[in-house]
Design a protein around this ligand. Structure first.
Ligand code: M6R
Length: 599
C-alpha cells in the first residue's frame, strides 16, 4: 500500500506537481500524506498531515515550500496510527525518506540504532530507514554508499525513495517486493509507485526490479542490481491513460466506472476476438491445460470462483484458492496443472507471493491482469490483459466484469474457440449491461427504504450466483459499512437462517437456470420467516417469485455465460445507492486502499 512520488528537475518548484501526483496515487492509501523538498540551500523542508491528500494541499497552500527536487507519500497505515507523527516522509537533519512496504526486522534495527544514540519520533517501521542512512553518513559514507550499505540490512518488502541534504542533483531509490517505476522526461525524472503518478509529464518508463538500487538525476538514471553490478533495464512507452482519471460529469469515480462496463467488457472481448471466424482467439494464452488452480484476493477471488464454474463446464477440473491462504500451504506442482492468477492491479502482495511460490516449485502461470506493466504482468509466464482502463474507485466494478469477460472467453478458447451460440452470448452481454444500468429507481428506493437503517444483510445464490452474491455482499460492506454476508442458498438452513426476521434484507439471486427451483424453495423458507426479500430474477422466474418479494428486480434472460456479469450490476448499483443515502465516502471507503501491497 502507500503511494510514492519523487520528482527531480533542473529548476522550478515541484511541490504542486507532487501533490497532484499523490492525488492520482490516492487509490493506494489515504490516511495521511506528506512531502519534502530540497530548498534553494539544498536543505530539507517538510510538510505532513493526517487525512487525505487534499489536507496536504491545504497545508502547502497555507505554508508553501519550494525546490526543484522532492519526495512525497500518501499512506495506508500498517505500523502506527494514521496521525501526522507517523506520516511520511521521515526525516533527519541529512536524509528524508518515503517508503512503501514493511521492514520486518525494524524492531531489531531500531534497538541497535537507539543504542547508538538515534532518537525516534514515530511508531513506524519506516523510520529505521532514515536512521540507518543517517548512521551510514555519520560513518563517512556518501549518499550512494549509504544506500548500498543500509538497504541490504532491511528484511521484508520495500520501495524506498530518499533525498539527502546538500545533494540536490539526485534522488535515491531501492526496491524489493514493492513496485517502483522510473519516469524519464525531458531533463527531468520521476520515481513512483505507479506510472499513473507521472503520466502527464513522462511517457518513457523503467520498472525497477527486486534488488535494484537506482540513482536518478534530471533526465538520467543509473541502476545496479542486487550484486552491485550496473544494469540496463528496458524502457517501456506508456499508453495514454490520463483521460481516464477525469470524473467527467459523474459524482463519483465508481458511478463513472459502473457506467463504463458495457464499453470495457466489449473492448475486452474484442481483444480476444477473431472477426473472420467469429470465435475467441487468445494468442497470449497457453494451450488447454489438464487442470487449473486459480489464485486471487477479494473481488478477483470471486471472479475466480465464477471462472471455476465455466472451466469445469469446459471439462477442466479447477480449484480456486485465496492467495493469502494458498501461499502458506504445502503445494505440489505437477506439469498438468496451470496456475491462473487474477488481479486488477497486478500488485497485490499475496497474489504475487502465490505466483512466486508456484514458480519456485516449477509451476507454470497465466495471469489475468488489468494494469499493463504491473509486477504480475511482468512475472507471469503468460498474461491476458483486461481492458477496464484505470479503475480509481476503491471498490472494484469494471475490473470485476472485465475479469469475468476474460474468464468466459478463456473457457471458450480452451474449448476450441466456442460455437456460434456461445460466442453470440458473449457478444450480447455489453448490450444487456447497458439495459441494466439504465434502471436505477429500485436501488434508490431500497437505499432510502429498508437499507436506510439496516444493520445487516444477507445475499444468497447457488453455483455461479453464489460467487456473485459474495461480490454483492463485499460491495455493500465496503461502501456502506453495513455488515453483509453471502451464503450458498442451500446452506442457509444449516444455521444462518436464525438471523432472518422482519428487519433483515435478504438479496436473492434467482436466475432461471438449472438450480432455479432449489433457490425458489430457499426463498420461500426466508419468506416464511418474514425476511425482506430483494429478488433478482428474469421474466420467466418473476411470476413464480413475485409474491415473496419486498422488491423484485427483473433482469434480462441469461445463460450460464452471461448470468454472472448481468447479475453483478444490480448489486453494484444497490451498494452505490445505499452508500449515497448513508453519506459514506464512496470512492475512498474508510480503512481501505485500492492496491493491497502488504500482506
Ligand atoms: O488488484 P487486485 O484485484 O489483486 O485486488 C484484490 C482485492 O484487494 C480487490 O479485488 C478488492 O477486494 C476490491 N477492490 C474490493 O472492491
Amino acid at each position: 500500500m502507500c503511494g510514492i512520488i519523487g520528482i527531480i528537475r533542473q529548476s522550478g518548484n515541484v511541490t504542486s506537481d507532487m501533490v497532484a501526483a499523490l492525488q492520482r496515487l490516492e487509490y493506494r492509501g489515504y490516511d495521511s500524506a506528506g512531502l519534502s523538498v530540497l530548498n534553494a540551500d539544498g536543505q530539507i523542508e517538510r510538510r505532513r498531515t493526517s487525512g487525505k491528500v487534499s489536507a496536504l494541499l491545504d497545508l502547502t497552500t497555507k505554508h508553501p515550500l519550494s525546490g526543484p527536487v522532492g519526495i512525497a507519500h500518501t499512506r495506508w497505515a500498517t505500523h502506527g496510527k494514521p496521525v501526522e507523527q507517523n506520516a511520511h516522509p521521515h526525516t533527519s537533519a541529512s536524509v528524508s525518506v518515503v517508503h512503501n512496504g514493511i521492514i520486518e526486522n525494524y524492531m531489531a534495527l531500531k534497538q541497535t540504532l537507539i543504542a547508538a544514540g538515534h532518537r525516534f519520533d514515530s511508531e513506524t517501521d519506516s523510520e529505521v530507514i532514515v536512521h540507518l542512512l543517517e548512521e551510514a553518513l555519520r560513518q563517512g559514507h556518501t549518499p550512494s554508499q549509504a544506500m548500498a550499505w543500509a538497504v541490504p540490512q532491511f528484511h521484508g518488502a520495500f520501495a524506498i525513495v530518499a533525498v539527502f541534504a546538500g545533494d540536490p542533483h539526485h534522488l535515491y531509490a531501492a526496491v524489493k517486493g514493492s513496485p517502483l517505476v522510473v519516469g524519464l522526461g525531458e531533463g527531468e525524472g520521476y520515481l513512483a509507485s505507479d506510472a499513473l503518478a507521472f503520466a502527464p509529464y513522462a511517457t518513457r518508463a523503467i520498472y525497477l526490479q527486486d534488488g535494484d538500487l537506482a540513482i536518478l538525476s534530471a533526465g538520467h538514471v543509473s541502476i545496479t542490481d542486487d550484486t552491485g553490478t550496473p544494469v540496463t533495464r528496458p524502457i517501456v512507452i506508456l499508453p495514454p491513460s490520463v483521460a481516464a482519471l477525469d470524473r467527467g460529469p459523474y459524482r463519483h469515480f465508481m458511478a463513472k466506472e459502473m457506467d463504463e462496463q458495457p464499453i470495457v467488457t466489449a473492448s475486452t472481448l474484442r481483444s480476444f476476438w477473431d472477426p473472420v471466424h467469429e470465435t475467441v482467439i487468445m494468442e497470449d494464452a497457453p494451450p488447454r491445460p489438464r487442470r487449473v488452480d486459480i489464485m486471487a484476493c477479494g473481488t478477483s477471488y470471486f471472479a475466480g470462483m465464477v471462472g471455476q464454474t465455466w472451466l469445469e463446464r469446459a471439462g477442466i477440473p479447477t480449484q480456486v484458492h485465496i492467495a493469502s491462504e494458498f501461499r502458506y500451504r504445502p503445494y505440489f506442482a505437477d506439469s498438468d496443472t496451470l496456475s491462473l492468477f487474477i488481479s486488477q492491479s497486478g500488485e497485490t502482495a499475496d497474489t504475487l507471493a502465490a505466483l512466486k511460490y508456484v514458480h519456485g516449485q516449477g509451476g507454470r502461470s497465466l495471469a489475468i491482469v488489468n494494469v499493463a506493466g504491473s509486477s504480475l504482468h511482468r512475472l507471469a509466464h503468460h498474461t491476458l490483459l483486461t481492458k477496464a482502463g484505470p479503475e480509481i474507485g476503491v471498490a472494484s466494478t469494471k475490473a470485476f466484469t472485465t475479469q469475468l469477460m476474460t474468464l468466459a472467453a478463456l473457457s471458450l478458447f480452451w474449448q476450441g474457440g466456442g460455437h456460434a451460440e456461445e460466442t453470440g452470448e458473449l457478444v450480447s452481454i455489453p448490450g444487456h449491461l447497458r439495459h441494466v444500468l439504465n434502471v436505477t429507481a429500485p436501488y434508490h428506493d431500497l437505499a432510502h427504504g429498508i437499507f436506510r437503517h439496516a444493520q445487516s444483510a444477507l445475499f444468497i445464490g447457488r453455483g455461479p450466483s453464489y460467487a456473485v452474491a459474495l461480490e454483492g455482499a463485499l460491495k455493500l460492506k465496503e461502501l456502506s459499512y453495513i455488515h453483509a454476508e453471502a451464503l450458498a442458498a442451500g446452506e442457509l438452513k444449516h444455521g444462518s437462517i436464525a438471523l432472518v426476521d422482519e428487519h433483515l434484507p435478504v438479496v436473492a439471486l434467482a436466475p432461471t437456470d438449472a438450480l432455479f427451483e432449489k433457490t425458489a424453495s430457499n426463498i420461500e423458507e426466508i419468506a416464511a420467516r418474514q425476511g425482506q426479500l430483494i429478488i433478482l430474477t428474469d421474466r420467466q422466474g418473476a411470476p413464480r417469485l413475485q409474491r415473496f418479494a419486498h422488491t423484485l428486480i427483473t433482469l434480462p434472460e441469461t445463460t450460464p455465460l452471461s448470468m454472472p456479469l448481468i447479475y453483478t450490476l444490480p448489486l453494484q448499483l444497490l451498494a452505490y445507492h445505499v452508500a449515497l443515502a448513508r453519506g459514506t465516502d464512496i470512492d475512498q471507503p474508510r480503512n481501505l486502499a485500492k492496491s493491497v501491497t502488504v500482506e
